[in-house]
Structures are given as C-alpha cells and as structure tokens.
Design a protein. Structure first.
Length: 198
C-alpha cells in the first residue's frame, strides 16, 4: 500500500472520530479537506503562538451581522473560548466554534506558520590553494555574519596540512593526559595504603 493511501485512510479515520466527538459535545463539525488549501488566512485575528498553544484557528471574519467563525480541536481550552466569546460580545458580535480534526488543524497551521525551508549550497572539495573555492566559502561565511578569518595571514598562505596535523596532535595529547589522569585517580588510594604501611 502506497504512502499517500495510508495518509488518506488515517485522515479519514481522524475526520470520522472528530465528527463523532462533535456530535457528543453538541458542536458543529467541519471537515476542512475541501477548503484547507484555498481558505483565506486571517492573519491579524490571532497570533501564531496563541493558535499553536490553544489549538484553534480563525476561519471566517465576522461583522455586526455575521458571526466570527473559529476552528477548534478537542484540546482547545474552554478558557480561551470564553475569552474570545467575551471579546466579540463586547463589540456586539457573535462567534461560532467548529470542531475540526487534529489533522485539519495541522494542515492549516502549516499555512499560518510554514516550516522554514533550509537550503544548502553545493559543497565541493577543492585542490590545495584553489582560490575560487576559498573565496566562495568566504562569501558564504560573510552572508551568515561570520568574519573571514581569525588569523592575520592570507587564506592562500595557510598550510592546511599543518593545521590538520596540529589538531590531530592536540587531540592525541589530550587523550594521553586524560588516560594518565584516570589511571592516577584509580591508583591514588593504593599509593596511600602503600605509604601508610611503610
């Protein structure tokens, strides 16, 4: 069974479960699937953090004659519903809350708060002293706010083999000192016992 079919079946099960819960709770149920890709976003009604935290989304803007419509989930706190109802009641406007599925909420939140797309530049290994690649890396670092080099020497003057050798040597010295320290720590009680017995 392909992945799309599995996702469709999971969504269908989620919608049916939500519809049953709406009937039990006495709330109008709304299946967002036919409209979730085209529904106009009301970005100035609630901030994204409030929507994430309270699991609710604005659906339709209201006015004095038409109610404001919101999508809520079974995890939406009653306190936020009261707060929204009171806010619009103070302006002589009404609100309607539709129970939507967790899947529908997730799809809508991906529109309200789209995930950040991370792009990576192509990385290639250059020949020693390849000035074009060095300049390209420097330009990328500048874009990310990193200064070109912390050393005063030109990048073409850096002996990369020596830098790598120095790093490896430092790592080996550190490992040697660590091992000696560990062994000495374990032997210290024995040395004290031997000294006392003498």
């Amino acid at each position: 069974m392909d992945e799309d079919k599995v996702q469709q079946q999971a969504r269908e099960a989620d919608e049916q479960s939500t519809q049953r819960r709406a009937a039990i709770l006495g709330l109008p149920y709304l299946d967002l699937r036919p409209i979730e890709g085209e529904l106009n976003l009301l970005e100035d009604v609630l901030d994204v953090d409030t929507m994430h935290k309270n699991r609710l989304i604005p659906l339709v803007a209201g006015n004095d004659s038409e109610p404001w419509q919101f999508g809520i989930t079974t995890q939406t706190p009653q306190s936020i519903l009261k707060e929204i109802t009171d806010r619009y009641s103070a302006q002589a406007q009404n609100t309607v809350f539709h129970l939507i599925s967790q899947s529908g909420f997730k799809v809508m939140m991906e529109r309200y708060d789209p995930p950040v797309k991370v792009t990576y530049d192509d990385i290639r290994i250059a020949n020693d002293g390849d000035s074009e690649t060095i300049d390209q890396v420097s330009q990328t670092l500048k874009v990310w706010g990193v200064t070109r080099y912390s050393t005063t020497s030109s990048p073409r003057q850096i002996n990369w083999a020596r830098v790598i050798f120095t790093l490896k040597t430092s790592a080996m010295v550190f490992a040697f000192v660590y091992v000696l320290t560990e062994r000495f720590t374990r032997l210290r009680p024995l040395i004290k016992i031997a000294t006392v017995s003498l």
